[in-house]
Design a protein around this ligand. Structure first.
Ligand SMILES: Cc1ncc(COP(=O)(O)O)c(C=O)c1O
Length: 352
């Protein structure tokens, strides 16, 4: 069902392009930036709190991939860390502040990566971490959450049911609920990726960001708006999980009844209004891509970059594949945001 809604909406979205109202390099950034919940000084300070194992990740031009895609392609690699995703940046902030305040426990809902990151950061600080996840989440993510010492509760429904259950659990126990993308630390943590990008970017470049709840896009977008305003910031979501993208184009929260995508890390249905407001200030465009392009993107990242990635991390490459003219000859950075993938499914996807 979500697929048909999304397919119709994609046509509408494409007919509305270009969304950017000024040429790259001509944007006036200051007012828009002040209107988000984020603050550049706090983002800079976050770097002193986050364990360095998550920081200053590799950023490099990948020539073989760029040749295939028809644009200069840079990779920002967020998978070479203990939890194989960027989410550790945010959970380091959440847990360090919680521990400072004397908190002993935290609960979160997770599609799989936030739960691992909270488990890792919480364990370091002696916190009891409970993660609520969907039983449809990849087994490898659920296993790693448990292996990190977190308590895992699995719900018989999707990520949105896990969110509801996490709220109830935190209330019952009187402990901190960590809400990804709503809690400012999750956005600030992700925003530190933006600080690591700015020096490598020039006006007219594009940055492609996988869009789920929106922490990464609002965080990175905020930094780029402020420090590299000529850079185009583009969010990418699957056609099968389009709620936040539809919301961005409609400028109001749009929900869907279901999701249908292999990109489990970005498959939410209920966008958070405050996050949407921020996203509207700092993002130039939000696009939807097909499952076939995501699979091709994963295969290309394996073949031409030597990277095993989960589907959400291939969204940027998928976006280039679906609109090559838009990116032809430009410098495009794609954030490789997660590498937690079930091996059997991965092998199926990348086999031709
Ligand atoms: C691998 C991966 N990519 C992208 C996202 C989406 O990030 P955000 O929820 O910050 O939009 C997630 C979210 O957990 C993720 O795990």
């Amino acid at each position: 069902m979500a697929r048909s809604v999304a397919a119709r909406s994609l046509a509408t979205i494409r007919s509305r392009r270009p969304v950017r109202r000024t040429a790259p390099g001509c944007r006036v950034p200051s007012l828009a930036v002040r209107q988000t919940r984020l603050d550049l000084d706090r983002i800079r300070a976050a770097r002193n709190v986050i364990d360095p194992v998550f920081l200053t990740t590799p950023l490099y031009r990948c020539e073989p991939l760029g040749r295939q895609l028809g644009c200069t392609t840079s990779i920002k690699l967020e998978t070479a860390n203990p939890v194989r995703s960027f989410k550790g940046r945010g959970t380091e902030l959440v847990t360090s502040r919680l521990a400072e305040q004397g908190g002993m426990a935290a609960v979160c809902a997770s599609a799989g990566n936030l739960g691992q990151a909270l488990g890792w950061s919480g364990r370091r600080r002696g916190l009891d971490v409970t993660v609520v996840a969907s039983r449809f989440a990849p087994t490898v993510k659920l296993d790693r959450i448990r292996a990190l010492g977190a308590q895992l509760e699995v719900v018989d429904g999707d990520f949105e049911l896990a969110r509801t259950r996490a709220v109830d659990l935190a209330e019952q126990r009187g402990v901190r609920l960590v809400e990804d993308s709503l809690d400012i630390e999750t956005c600030e943590g992700a925003a530190t990726i933006g600080l690591e990008l700015v020096n490598a970017l020039s006006s007219g470049d594009a940055v492609l960001i996988a869009l789920g709840g929106g922490a990464m896009a609002t965080g990175v977008g905020h930094v780029l708006r402020a420090l590299a305003p000529g850079v185009e910031v583009i969010c990418v979501q699957p056609l099968g999980a389009p709620a936040m993208t539809l919301s961005w184009h409609e400028r109001r929260v749009v929900t869907t009844d279901s999701t249908d995508t292999i990109a489990d890390g970005v498959a939410g249905r209920y966008p958070i209004p405050a996050v949407l407001d921020d996203l509207l200030q700092v993002v130039d465009d939000a696009v939807l891509v097909s499952e076939a392009s995501i699979v091709t993107g994963m295969r290309m990242l394996l073949e031409h970059a030597g990277l095993v990635v989960e589907p959400s991390a291939a969204l940027g490459v998928a976006a280039i594949l679906e609109d090559p003219d838009r990116f032809a000859g430009r410098h495009v950075v794609t954030i490789i945001c997660g590498g937690n993938v079930d091996l059997a499914a991965y092998q199926r996807w990348v086999q031709r």
